[in-house]
Design a protein around this ligand. Structure first.
Ligand SMILES: Nc1ncnc2c1ncn2[C@@H]1O[C@H](COP(=O)(O)OP(=O)(O)O)[C@@H](O)[C@H]1O
Ligand SMILES: [Mg+2]
Length: 148
């Protein structure tokens, strides 16, 4: 493929849209012919980032919007998941495995750790009352390359 291929998706901050978002991203990335494992890693990372935007960023306010930008370039897909919600006070603390600010919701506190481990690059930036943006990249070793 010459150049890059991009898509942008914005949707209401409703938990029903978590599944939609991860399937939409998977469909977009399918042109790279990912393995099932690669696809599952990507879907899980998207799901964690979108869930965070909805429940933490927006506290489940469905009038708010989550935006995903995806770009395929060569054999890689880069993704950003952003919200303009409440933001994160202490990023270092938030990224610790098992840390959650909502223990009452039986959250695992593993969302950021999962994103970091399932993707090849992971970055999060946030501003109090300005929102949060997670940027991730994954290289896809296409099935064709494996079987040829
Ligand atoms: N988009 C976001 N907006 C505001 N706070 C967030 C966002 N994403 C994560 N956080 C904060 O970071 C913490 C850790 O996130 P995560 O590792 O996914 O664990 P969990 O979602 O299980 O709490 C959350 O508990 C929350 O306080
Ligand atoms: Mg989470």
């Amino acid at each position: 493929m010459n150049g890059s291929n991009e898509m942008t998706l914005s949707f209401s901050a409703r938990s029903e849209n978590e599944a939609f978002a991860r399937i939409a991203v998977a469909a977009f990335v399918s042109q790279l012919d990912p393995t099932l494992e690669e696809l599952n890693d990507l879907k899980t990372a998207v799901s964690e980032a979108v869930t965070n935007a909805i429940i933490h960023g927006y506290e489940n306010d469905p009038t708010c919007e989550v935006t995903i930008e995806a770009r395929i370039e060569g054999d890689s897909v880069s993704l950003t998941v952003s919200d303009s919600g409440r933001g994160i006070e202490d990023l270092e603390l938030a990224r610790q495995p098992l840390y959650t600010s909502k223990p009452e919701l039986e959250r695992s506190g593993m969302g950021f750790t999962i994103m970091e481990n399932f993707m090849d690059r992971f970055e999060v930036s946030s501003r109090i009352d300005g929102g949060t943006r997670v940027a991730m990249l994954k290289r896809i070793e296409s099935k064709k390359a494996l079987y040829n």
